[in-house]
Design a protein around this ligand. Structure first.
Ligand code: PLP
Length: 393
């Protein structure tokens, strides 16, 4: 495979494994097991399986392997292990690296299920977790200790789109010997420079931009080969969070169009940010690559583009936010993002509902905050829809 190929070429060709039939479109190997030519061949494969040799689909499968190789080529990582969902990927990454007595530092603004694993599950097994304000480098420095084994963060936080300085946090973490896991959903595998910034493992919910059409759950952990095959794979393959070959096939084929889709969605997000900046009904408009974003320069330095999601904060609070949501004609009200269909979410009453009010305030999840995920509809239609709904609010 051409190592000099650009990403768009790799997204169509990387990882392809053809069967003896020479199919053009990648095959779905919907099989749990694999047949050996002889008893000796079975024995040899259990001693060491070669690159194209599989044993059991929980360990690996040709369609899943194609997906792992293709997304590795996009991320620029040596290897990857695919999982049944984004949360399976987060769980695998943390559990494979940690043991009782270890210390973890994590940014406070986390996806709810990540917060549950860190704050509830790991503590039960004797792992100590410190949460910090991810944008405050002094807080990271103060929290890191000689026994810190893992640093966990979302490169762009949900739903307020704060940016964490990856290079600075990775350098500090490596200074105490900790490994850095970056949950990178909002940065997208297309725009991210997380590995270049020093991340040891990058995790995606491929449910988001990679599928991008609201169908399958999936996840992946990416990083150096010895870490993926030596540390992540043994834990992952024995604990059962394997990606199904069918879902891997959907994700594999989706990578062929990822660049086109995400760039189109980003163009609309950028145009919408422009149209909404300074709007009289808004207290805040948050989009990482818009000049009004408080960490605009940092966002530009560690992300090729601003992504497909923006957030607005309506001055009229919850009532105005609800009037806005209900007045939208094209956008659907849901809690996912990065879909071909444009989606709006009111975090305070849905995804972040169970957080106590003081936590919501700390994370900037105000009653007027609405997260807007731009889909593949016509950009002018979407911007028109948002503007008329703001009038109605
Ligand atoms: C969606 C999401 C997850 C979980 O992914 P699933 O595929 O739903 O399990 C984890 N982290 C972030 C940042 C997410 O956006």
């Amino acid at each position: 495979m051409g190592n000099t190929w650009k990403k768009r070429t790799k997204m169509v060709h990387a990882g392809t494994r053809r069967s003896q039939y020479g199919e053009v479109s990648e095959a779905i190997f919907l099989t749990q097991g694999f047949v050996y030519d002889s008893a000796e061949a079975a024995e040899a494969r259990f001693i060491e399986a070669g690159e194209d040799e599989f044993i059991y689909a929980r360990y690996g499968n040709p369609t899943v392997r194609m997906f792992e190789d293709r997304i590795s080529a996009l991320e620029g990582s040596e290897d990857a292990f695919a999982t049944a969902s984004g949360m399976a990927a987060v769980n695998v990454a943390l559990m494979a690296l940690l043991k009782a007595g270890d210390h973890v530092v994590a940014s406070r603004a986390l996806f709810g299920s990540c917060e549950y694993i860190l704050g509830t599950v790991l503590t039960r097994f004797g792992v100590e977790v410190s949460f910090v304000d991810g944008t405050d480098l002094g807080a990271w420095r103060a929290a890191l200790r000689p026994d810190t084994a893992v640093v966990f963060l979302e490169s762009i936080s949900n739903p307020t789109l704060e940016v964490i300085d990856l290079a600075a946090v990775c350098e500090m973490a490596h200074g105490v010997g900790a490994r850095v896991i970056v949950d990178n959903a909002f940065a997208t595998p297309l725009y991210s420079y997380a590995l270049e910034c020093g991340a040891d493992l990058v995790v995606y919910s491929t449910t988001k931009h990679v599928d991008g059409q609201g169908r399958c759950l999936g996840g992946v952990v990416l990083g150096a080969r010895d870490l993926i095959r030596g540390t992540i794979e043994p834990y992952a393959k024995h604990t059962g969070g394997a990606l199904s070959p069918f879902n891997a096939w959907v994700m594999l084929k989706s990578l062929e169009t990822l660049d086109l889709r995400v760039r189109a969605q980003t163009a609309t997000a950028t145009a919408l940010a422009e149209a909404l900046a300074g709007h009289e009904k808004l207290a805040r408009m948050l989009y990482p690559h818009h000049p009004s974003h408080p960490q605009h320069a940092l966002a530009r330095a560690q992300m090729e583009a601003g992504g497909t999601v923006l957030a607005i904060d309506l001055k009229g609070g919850k009532d105005a936010a609800f009037r806005f949501l209900n007045a939208l004609e094209i956008f659907t009200i849901s809690n996912n993002f990065a879909d071909a269909k444009s989606i709006v979410t009111h975090p305070a009453t849905t995804t972040h509902q169970r957080l106590p009010d003081d936590q919501k305030a700390l994370l900037g999840i105000t009653p007027g905050l609405v997260r807007i995920s731009l889909g593949l509809e016509d950009g002018d239609d979407l911007i028109g829809d948002v503007l008329q709904a703001l009038d109605a609010a």
